[in-house]
Design a protein around this ligand. Structure first.
Ligand SMILES: [Zn+2]
Ligand SMILES: [Zn+2]
Length: 106
């Protein structure tokens, strides 16, 4: 399969390094390998970030600082992959959400 996913780490505007060390399927909650666009469960939405910097449980994202409110700082639509980056409003930690969407309409 062609790898359409973002690799490695991203330098954010404030100089923080944003890595995608770990990635979870948002449907089944299992760890997803970075080169897999669609999970075994059929899930097409993944959350990723630095290992230990967030928790994903019961469909809720909780930052390592305990905050569960994130603001969107960046989004990129490279059809069929849609990437969004969120930042914790409390400690500034970054997490990303990636969706694999077929037939995205504009
Ligand atoms: Zn899954
Ligand atoms: Zn935080």
């Amino acid at each position: 399969m062609k790898n359409l996913k973002v690799k490695g780490s991203l330098k954010m505007e404030d100089g923080r390094e944003f890595t995608r060390e770990v990635e979870y399927c948002m449907k089944c909650g299992e760890i997803n390998p970075p080169d897999r666009a669609i999970c075994d469960c059929g899930g097409r939405k993944f959350i990723f970030g630095e290992k230990g910097s967030f928790r994903f449980k019961d469909n809720e994202i909780v930052c390592k600082c305990g905050n569960n409110y994130f603001k969107m700082t960046f989004h990129m639509n490279c059809n069929p992959i849609y990437n969004k980056t969120y930042q914790c409003t409390k400690c500034g930690n970054y997490i990303g959400v990636q969706s694999y969407v077929e037939n995205v309409g504009y």
